[in-house]
Design a protein. Structure first.
Length: 236
């Protein structure tokens, strides 16, 4: 029983667990795709059906001194694998076309020439989302708010003078809040999966899987927190 109570206390202290369906991803396309970024950046975020958080590994070499047992000693580090993401496609397959254009910037399918690395890399940010307590403030005109007057339904004429104060009602709500975030640097879509069609797939939304190569990622949670705290100081 003590273990169960300790687990419950630990869960309350941590304010619950991270959920796999509470995430957000934001893409920064290469500069030459600025127009697509402006028109479809938010859509890429909303239509990202799934994504993998990138990993990190320590690379080792085996060392042995004399007859002692061997040691795996760290010599470097690396960023594991590619980032796999899937996207819902709209009726014009705009998401697919954006990633195809992005790939075209890396190597032309016309003349088969590879372009400069800096011309086709972008970045992305991946957020683990949660909830936070917040307050919704609503301002009412006292003359027209029957709800705040207790439903007495007085007419406008009887309140036209002397009862024109603004009433503010504060409502506690839950709002989305980023709990953890990473920025993935030097990103480009290395693979675009195929799309399967079938007459039997009557109400199936088409999705495409994209594999992103990247150079490294870094934790930006502290930067995010500093920005939010700085911004909140100016909120009114």
């Amino acid at each position: 029983m003590s273990d169960i109570n300790g687990f419950i206390a630990s869960m309350k202290k941590a304010r619950g667990f991270a959920r796999a369906n509470q995430y957000e991803v934001k893409f920064n396309l290469p500069p030459s795709l600025h127009n697509l970024q402006a028109n479809f950046g938010k859509q890429l975020t909303l239509h990202c059906d799934s994504i993998s958080m990138p990993g990190h590994d320590l690379q080792t070499q085996t060392r042995q001194y004399g007859s002692e047992p061997t040691r795996d000693m760290v010599t470097s580090h690396g960023y594991e694998g590619a980032i796999q993401a899937s996207f819902y496609l709209d009726s014009k397959l705009n998401e697919l076309q954006i990633f195809q254009l992005w790939q075209e910037m890396a190597v032309s399918t016309g003349d088969n020439k590879a372009n400069y690395y800096d011309d086709y890399i972008g970045d992305m940010s991946i957020f683990q989302m949660g909830s936070a307590n917040a307050t919704l403030s609503l301002a009412f005109d006292e003359r027209s708010s029957d709800i705040l007057r207790g439903g007495r339904k007085e007419g406008y004429e009887s309140e036209a003078y002397g009862h024109q104060n603004t009433i503010t009602k504060h409502i506690p709500i839950q709002t989305e809040d980023a709990k953890y975030a990473v920025k993935v640097e030097e990103v480009y879509p290395a693979t675009i999966g195929d799309i399967e069609y079938a007459y039997a797939s009557d109400n199936t939304i088409i999705k495409v899987v994209v594999g992103f190569n990247f150079r490294k990622w870094r934790n930006i949670t502290d930067t995010l927190r500093s920005f939010e705290l700085h911004k909140s100081a100016f909120d009114v």
